[in-house]
Ligand binder design. Structure first.
Ligand code: GSH
Length: 205
């Protein structure tokens, strides 16, 4: 498999899950501004959406959309527990959280915040949504270590990425100790910490 990514973008969640499973994965850096892949290839010819992540499967098929990619990688290693078995209630809970993180946090708040074309009023508006979103997560994580069941799943990887960007935005976590503990818990996982460190280094370097 080959993952098309940009450092510290949402594709980082896919790297976390790939490292967690130990999947054999090629990583290809995309310049989102120019829609080119490192080495000069036209990224739009690979993924016409022009967004990361994209996953090239064995055989050449291209998969896009973070929830689908995360589940595909996780399903290659069913014993990892990163995605509960298909058809189980826990699997639908996983999908519920992947959808929540993707729509209510990633696209609504982060994408709007980081898009260069967003009007300032819109940035202010979505920033104002953050306390309620954090309060919801804080309540859910009361007495729980992870979003679904009692072990780390692909949904936790996606939420962690959002929380790391919230930290970069200077969001106040002081009223969200469970969320803060969740971030620390996830980051203390060897594979997750390594994925974040690798992309932070790429961004810095
Ligand atoms: N619906 C897509 C959204 C992916 C997305 O928004 N990717 C961002 C980076 S976090 C991106 O590629 N932005 C560049 C652009 O929109 O042109 C998914 O779930 O994967």
């Amino acid at each position: 498999m080959d993952l098309y990514f940009a450092p510290m973008a949402c594709s980082l969640a896919s790297r976390m899950v790939a490292y967690e499973t130990g999947a054999a994965m090629g990583f290809h850096r995309v310049q989102l501004a120019t829609k080119t892949v490192e080495g000069g290839a036209d990224y739009l010819a690979i993924s016409p959406k022009g967004q990361v992540p994209a996953l090239r499967l064995e055989g050449g098929r291209i998969l896009t959309e973070t929830p689908a990619i995360l589940q595909f990688i996780a399903d290659q290693a069913p014993d990892s527990g990163l995605a509960p078995p298909a058809g189980s209630a826990a699997r639908y809970e996983l999908q519920m959280w992947l959808n929540y993180v993707g729509t209510e946090l990633h696209k609504q708040i982060l994408w709007t915040t980081f898009s260069p074309d967003t009007p300032p009023e819109a940035k202010t508006f979505v920033r104002g949504l953050i306390p309620a979103r954090l309060a919801y997560l804080e309540a859910h994580l009361t007495g729980r270590e992870y979003l679904v069941g009692d072990s780390f799943t692909a949904a936790d990887a996606y939420l962690l990425w959002v929380m790391l960007l919230f930290q970069r935005l200077g969001v106040d976590f002081s009223g969200s100790p469970n969320v803060g503990a969740f971030v620390g818990r996830c980051m203390s996982r060897e594979a997750v910490g390594r994925a974040v460190a690798d992309e932070a280094a790429l961004l810095a370097g």
